[in-house]
Design a protein around this ligand. Structure first.
Ligand SMILES: *Cc1c(COP(=O)(O)O)cnc(C)c1O
Length: 394
């Protein structure tokens, strides 16, 4: 793949551009698994006030984090997060850095002490990364359920999930971005529930009663890389051990209202706009959930209608965010990905650890994009079904 060619779109002749990017403003249909597509109104708003944030005469990137405009931005992002998620005062919202991955370490360090029992579900790639970090902090980690037996093609039934009574928490990944599985119901357990929602927070209604701790970086459904949202029940801030380094201690960020050290203000700004878009243009998370259901249904219905493509995930565990599928042969897979790029559709390759295809349908991807993907897939199928049957008949 030739990246410079992709980046320098203006070097293409008009004809080439038309062929490869027959889309509005040279924008492709983006199915990347994160970072990924942002809604057009959000991009336009960023463009329009890039040089002059809210009449300050400065870009949001140029303003001191101690200035009142940034103080406002932080406070209002937290406020919007509360409103969109419907959080009560029992919860604290923290704006952190370090991505989903840093939470894999911060969670055991803050919510338990060395040798404490902590329970995890093993549902694939990201769950395992979380497990390894908890083990590295010297906790007594138990994997109380796993879907490894069937290649992570399902999530364990919630009724079967029984954490140890003395576990400090149960950690799970609500949407398994790599494997294309998702919990559609949270387990009801007697220990605090800690959820990595990096790839589905704010994609649908949020039932705050089900969680004690939820976290998500923003580059999948709610912005760009650089910011991680942590939703923590305030009662969980009281048991934090005293030897946690200051910057890794949730209490620091709570005490300083997420402005203890220089926050990633541009990433926060984008999430602030995404939250405004969710509230004002989409009409809240229930509406966003309906749109996301329709997007996923459109693609799964098509996959189920043909033997040409195959979705390896058990129907009841299928993710509404990441739809994984395979083609009849590695040759066809390569041709499919190349033809998709030629038609202006990018990011359809599966995660490097599993291969195959994956279409990520995060909040920024429109239903129209999904319809166009299905049209493209249908065309590809017809073309190659024909060649295959001709070969079979000779
Ligand atoms: C992408 C992803 C991560 C990794 O997040 P980083 O911000 O890259 O550290 C963690 N968990 C899940 C479920 C993810 O999808």
């Amino acid at each position: 793949m030739c990246y410079p060619d992709r980046i320098k779109l203006t070097d293409r002749t008009p004809l080439e551009s038309q062929k490869a990017y027959c889309l509005v403003n040279l924008r492709v249909l983006n199915f990347y698994a994160g970072p990924t597509a942002l809604p057009q109104p959000v991009m336009e708003r960023i463009q329009s006030e890039l040089m002059n944030f809210q009449g300050t005469g400065m870009s949001v990137m140029e303003i001191s984090h101690r200035a009142r405009e940034i103080e406002f931005l932080l406070a209002d992002t937290i406020e919007r997060t509360r409103r969109v998620l419907g959080l009560t005062d029992e919860f604290e919202v923290l704006l952190l850095q370090g991505g989903g991955s840093l939470q894999f370490s911060m969670i055991p360090m803050n919510l338990s002490a060395p040798d404490d029992p902590v329970d995890y579900l093993d549902t694939g790639y990201w769950a395992q990364k979380a497990i390894r970090e908890a083990q590295a902090t010297g906790r007594d980690v138990a994997i109380i359920a796993s879907s490894a037996d069937k290649g992570y093609s399902y999530v364990p039934p919630t009724a079967s999930i029984q954490p140890r009574p003395d576990a400090k928490y149960l950690h799970l990944v609500t949407n398994n971005t790599v494997e294309g599985t998702q919990f559609h119901q949270m387990p009801q357990v007697a220990v605090p529930l800690v959820a990595d929602m990096s790839s589905d927070l704010m994609s649908d209604s949020f039932e705050s009663e089900s969680y004690d701790f939820a976290y998500a970086h923003t580059q999948k459904n709610i912005g760009i890389a650089g910011l991680t949202l942590v939703i923590i029940r305030r009662s969980m801030l009281t048991g934090i051990p005293d030897n946690v380094p200051t910057i890794l201690d949730y209490r620091t960020h709570s005490q300083y209202h997420s402005n203890y050290h220089t926050p990633p203000s541009f990433a926060i700004y984008v999430t602030w706009l995404m939250l405004g878009w969710l509230e004002d243009e989409i009409g809240g998370l229930a509406k966003m959930g309906e749109i996301n259901h329709r997007k996923a249904e459109t693609l799964y219905d098509y996959l189920d209608s043909t033997p040409f493509y195959c979705c390896p995930v058990q129907p009841s565990s299928r993710s509404r965010m990441n739809v994984v599928f395979t083609l009849p042969s590695p040759q066809l897979l390569g041709q499919f990905l190349a033809a998709a790029e030629d038609s202006g559709m990018v990011g359809l390759g599966g995660h490097r650890s599993v291969g195959g295809c994956r279409a990520s349908l995060f909040n920024g991807v429109t239903l129209e994009s999904v319809n166009r993907l299905v049209d493209f897939m249908h065309g590809f199928e017809r073309q190659h079904q024909f060649t295959r049957s001709r070969i079979a008949n000779t």
